[in-house]
Design a protein around this ligand. Structure first.
Ligand code: ZN
Length: 218
């Protein structure tokens, strides 16, 4: 824990969050609670629940949600989709995939976080996609969107070129899994990929309206 606390404070400082009330709650790896961040209005603090799985980027990522919500002055980027409406859970997965892409892009601009990010990406690239099979069809499609954005809009060209075959094969396996399960045709994926590339136009904007517009017409 002292190690983790040290990293936590170091990352907070890097992201200009030293004065933010953020509680870090470490959860044992075998407990079925996901890593995540929420704002607790009654206690007036953020709480990050965190499972230490050995790749520090996830800790930076949770803080990145707070960092992004402060830049954009919208709590929605840390605690859920930036829309003031009830959203079905399955749709939430898609929005979260897009928000996570935004968070990771912002973090990638810091050299130290980008170094952690590359390790994190390499972890995923060697992860067996067959492990995703227990997820719902929608969740797997949301994962596809997320990985697509990470590999194509967050990872920088140099690192991408170096891993181009692994990335290609990883996304191909996911497309295949989705195609078999939900019959989504390959030409539809081409449309999806084409549309996702527009993420590059909004990934660095501070204009929430532009981001919401991208989310809505997505
Ligand atoms: Zn996230």
């Amino acid at each position: 824990m002292p190690e983790l606390k040290k990293k936590f404070n170091e990352y907070k400082k890097k992201l200009f969050l030293s004065n933010e009330p953020i509680k870090l709650i470490q959860i044992p790896i075998n407990i079925r609670i996901q890593t995540g961040v929420s704002w607790y209005d009654l206690e007036k603090c953020w709480k990050i629940t965190y499972k230490d799985k050995g790749y520090d980027f996830e800790l930076a990522h949770e803080l990145g949600h707070i960092y992004l919500s402060k830049i954009l002055k919208s709590l929605g980027f840390a605690t859920g989709p930036p829309l003031n409406v009830e959203i079905k859970n399955d749709i939430k997965d898609f929005l979260n995939a897009l928000i996570d892409g935004l968070v990771d892009y912002r973090l990638s601009l810091f050299e130290e976080f980008y170094t952690l990010y590359i390790k994190y990406i390499d972890f995923w690239l060697s992860y067996p996609t067959s492990n995703f099979v227990s997820n719902t069809d929608d969740k797997i499609l949301a994962l596809y969107l997320w990985f697509y954005l990470e590999f194509n809009c967050v990872l920088k060209q140099e690192e991408k070129d170096f891993r181009i075959n692994e990335i290609y094969n990883f996304l191909k396996r996911l497309r295949f899994m989705i195609n078999v399960r939900s019959n989504l045709s390959y030409w539809k994926f081409e449309l999806i990929d084409q549309r996702l590339k527009d993420f590059n136009y909004i990934k660095s904007t501070n204009d929430v309206k532009k981001i919401i517009f991208f989310f809505l017409i997505y």
